[in-house]
Design a protein around this ligand. Structure first.
Ligand code: MLT
Length: 266
């Protein structure tokens, strides 16, 4: 399904009965809504599940290629309004987590719970900004294959490379099928994102923080800092997983997610 917005079509999918409690998933960079298939299918038994492709990802239009996290929040709200969802639990991974934190801070009344996966509240350091500039130069020079390989290497845990080749290929396909326009535009948006650290103490909804034990992009330390700042939050460390904990160890990830949702009546 598609939602028409001023910046182009946003692709979204729903599963489950609309009368149930809802959860809306926000994917990471540079992936698409299919990265949540295993969670969406499981939860659809007793939830109304929404997934969508962020601007320029999956089947959503790349538009002008000029993005901001603020615009991603606009898209989340537009989808909720389109579906008539007054309140939902938000689950975001990495870029999805940056978006979820900003959404909850901007419009707290719209959200009933928060799941922050492999993400952090702090903005890009100078080193990270330089790294993004180099990645953008790689793409502008026409070396997409080099960009894709560097991404995959940074994202996944050693065990995933050894024994989960299907996941490695699935991740590779999602990155390869994202246009250069979207890749570059998204990296500029991520580099310009706000520091959400000060907002963490304002979060009052039940919050779960999930992090892959071998996540090198958003680390256990980043997760621990959010856990310390968000009152009453829970934190789960997923074993044998890097930055894509829901794909690399789906069993542990899903168990933590389900336990949190049912414990908080979400
Ligand atoms: C992601 O998975 O969304 C990215 O690692 C986020 C980022 O590059 O900051």
């Amino acid at each position: 399904m598609f939602l028409d917005t001023k910046s182009g079509k946003i692709a979204f999918e729903t599963r489950g009965d609309k009368a149930n409690k809802s959860i809306l998933f926000i994917h990471g960079f540079p992936f698409d809504k299919s990265m949540w298939n295993e969670q969406a299918e499981l939860l659809a038994n007793d939830h109304f599940v929404v997934t969508f492709d962020m601007r320029g990802h999956g089947e959503s239009a790349a538009g002008s290629g000029q993005y901001l996290v603020e615009f991603y929040v606009d898209d989340v709200i537009a989808i909720m309004e389109h579906l008539g969802l007054e309140k939902t639990c938000l689950c975001g991974l990495s870029m999805g987590g940056y978006t979820a934190m900003r959404a909850v801070d901007r419009e707290p009344q719209r959200f009933s719970g928060l799941v922050l996966c492999d993400t952090k509240s702090s903005p890009d350091s100078n080193e990270a900004k330089i790294n993004r500039a180099n990645q953008i130069k790689t793409l502008l020079a026409g070396n997409k294959a080099q960009f894709v390989e560097a991404q995959i290497k940074a994202l996944l845990a050693p065990k995933t490379f050894e024994s989960n080749k299907q996941t490695v290929e699935r991740v590779r396909n999602m990155i390869e099928s994202t246009s250069d326009t979207a890749l570059i535009g998204t990296m500029i948006a991520l580099s310009a994102r706000m520091d959400m650290t000060g907002s963490l103490t304002r979060i009052t909804v039940p919050t779960l923080i999930i992090v892959g034990k071998q996540d090198r992009i958003t680390t256990l330390t980043d997760a621990g800092e959010m856990h310390a700042a968000i009152k009453g939050s829970r934190m789960t460390v997923v074993h044998d997983a890097g930055h894509l904990s829901n794909l690399e160890n789906t069993t542990e990830f899903n168990a933590a997610l389900q336990k949190f949702l049912s414990a908080n009546n979400l």
